[in-house]
Design a protein around this ligand. Structure first.
Ligand code: ADP
Length: 562
């Protein structure tokens, strides 16, 4: 209704302008003419009226000039009423905001609305605005269109909020182009090099990124085949770190040549831990005992699970701090990474608990005992997301030929670096060489939340000589791999293509959750490959050499050699 009312107002405003354009004389001359006519005729009729009263002539006795005067009076009155009267009445009923005052896109007719009506662009959601393939066809980057130029100016002047461009224009790519141009003018800095075209801005609207001005390009390399649990995977890695893909690829080669790696997923539970407060520590302890009593688990899980088809409560663990209780809910989440899902279940359970513990105050749905995107021992010890252990036996031959080192050196280095060295550093889950390198690269390629790389990279790498010291047993244990194949960035075109490459795109209809679980094992398998290769490079003293080769220009390498 509001939108229609505003549209009508705008149409009326536009029509008045068009009517004046159609006049034979300029507007001010036409108005002067009708004003003169109107007042002359009124003057003439008043004189005639006075004359008739003086001569006692009946008023209905009229001459031709009287009739002509009355007709002219009516005509000029209608013109003046039409021109000023309606506009005046309209301005009282629907006051038009001065352009300078426009800040709220919902309540006022803005500059922006005016431009939009002129352009006749539909105010429809971006997703419905244009066929998906269209964004690829648009080549121009500069804002050249006249209306766009006006909108850019309004954004620069603060008359149009930048965040409202998508909803108002109904064209996400155009909104990004206008915002980008406005940003360049406001900051005086060029965005040349940050591409605008070739991206589907509709796909991120309302879920992945607000106020886009372009996108960052990150190359995707492929490591593999990774032979894991008797399947081969080509692992996509989005990175700008030279050596990383090559190194992981070498690890994959070593694993492949040794018969492959084996993985086991031993826990699947995303966590969320609200903080609640009681009037006394005693009451907080009472809730802890209630929540951890196995007899209450069934009821609590029924309440928790009712919020989702896929979320299933696994356990509840509480930590008490005086009057405050931190309740860590763990829940399997199907193919979703699960933060939204677990939060909904937690909210349901807190509502239920409030009936039984009316003196419980929910201080925050997240109390950092979860613990999301922060290094915390609770994750390292209890796990978060998917917990996976992955192992392989690399034959001595392969260690020598592919990894260019030997079993004893690798075992010794692992003990000194990944175990003792990390212990000396007071590491928290960082008992590895570079798990986060592989985790981050796969996360970015497959649309995971890269911030969760913090706990997802918790990993202990173990190496042991087996088969009378001839071969190497290597394993990575990763308790917090937080991945999903639905939701978040996973549905974007590029990321979804990478998931597709791994055969884990989207929701698994037959066995919900198995796509996300498989992805977690692939992450661990790739980390195993990465650990093997980097550890071997260090053991063989190759680290500096290979970095020089891949990270520096040939010129630099040549000068290093000389
Ligand atoms: P997250 O919980 O990781 O933040 P979202 O809430 O964005 O994820 O996405 C999960 C959504 O996907 C939920 O609405 C859920 O109902 C839906 N969904 C469809 N199929 C599956 C599946 N196999 N596993 C998990 N969620 C699924």
């Amino acid at each position: 209704m509001e939108a229609r009312r505003r549209e009508n107002k705008l149409k009326l405003a536009d029509e008045s302008v068009k009517a004046s354009d159609a006049l034979p004389l300029p507007l001010y001359l036409t108005n002067a003419f009708f004003f003169t006519l109107f007042f002359s005729v009124v003057y003439f009729l008043l004189l005639r009226w006075r004359e008739k009263i003086r001569n006692s002539t009946p008023l209905h006795v009229v001459t031709v000039s009287d009739i002509a005067a009355v007709l002219t009076f009516v005509a000029s009155f209608i013109y003046l009423l039409g021109f000023f009267g309606i506009g005046f009445v309209q301005s009282i009923i629907i006051p038009r905001a001065p352009l300078e005052d426009v800040t709220d896109d919902e309540d006022e007719i803005s500059d922006f609305d005016r431009l939009m009506v002129k352009e006749d662009s539909p105010k429809i959601p971006c997703a419905a605005a244009a066929p998906k393939s269209d964004y690829l066809k648009i080549e121009k980057i500069e804002v050249t269109d006249e209306q766009d130029e006006e909108i850019v100016k309004s954004v620069v002047e603060g008359k149009i909020p930048s965040y409202a461009l998508e909803s108002k224009l109904g064209d996400c790519r155009r909104a990004a182009a206008i915002r980008r141009e406005a940003l360049q003018r406001i900051t005086g800095k060029s965005l040349e090099g940050l591409p605008l075209n070739g991206f589907d801005y509709e796909s991120i609207l309302g879920q992945c990124c607000e106020m886009p001005v372009g996108y960052v390009q990150i190359p995707v390399g492929i490591a593999g085949p990774l032979l894991l649990d008797e399947h081969e995977y080509s692992v996509p890695m989005a990175t700008t770190e030279g050596c990383l893909v090559a190194s992981t690829n070498r690890g994959c080669k070593a694993i492949y040549a040794s018969g492959g790696a084996t993985s086991s997923l031993y826990r699947d539970a995303m966590t969320r831990a609200p903080v609640v407060r009681f009037p006394s520590a005693k009451r907080a302890a009472e809730l802890k005992l209630f929540l951890e009593d196995p007899l209450n688990f069934e009821t609590l899980s029924m309440v928790f699970n009712s919020s989702s088809r896929f979320g299933r409560l696994q356990s509840i663990k509480c930590a008490i701090a005086g009057k405050n209780l931190y309740i860590r809910f763990s829940c399997s989440t199907g193919d979703a990474m699960g933060m939204n899902m677990v939060s909904k279940g937690v909210q349901n359970t807190l509502d239920f608990l409030n009936n039984q513990f009316p003196d419980m105050d929910v201080m925050g749905i997240s109390g950092n005992y979860c613990s999301d995107k922060k290094p915390a021992a609770v994750n390292w010890i209890e796990g978060r997301g998917k917990s996976v252990v992955c192992e392989a036996v690399i034959t001595g031959d392969v260690v020598k030929k592919v990894l260019k080192t030997d079993v004893a050196s690798l075992v010794e280095l692992n003990m000194l670096k990944n175990l003792t060295g990390s212990a000396m550093a007071g590491a928290l889950g960082g008992f590895n060489a570079h798990a986060s390198n592989i985790v981050s690269a796969i996360y970015i390629a497959t649309g995971q939340d890269p911030a969760q790389n913090i706990e997802s990279s918790h990993c202990i790498t173990m190496m042991e000589a087996v088969n009378d010291g001839k071969d190497l047993h290597v394993s990575v244990t990763m308790p917090c791999i937080e991945v999903g194949t639905v939701g978040g960035g996973t549905q974007l075109a590029s990321q979804s293509a990478c998931l597709n490459l791994l055969g884990v795109k989207g929701a698994n209809k037959e066995a919900p959750g198995s796509n996300a679980r498989l992805l977690a094992t692939i992450v661990a398998g790739a980390v195993l490959a990465g650990e093997l290769s980097l550890m071997s490079a260090i053991a063989a003293g190759q680290l500096v050499k290979s970095h020089m080769k891949y990270n520096r220009s040939n010129k630099d390498v040549a000068s290093m050699k000389s």
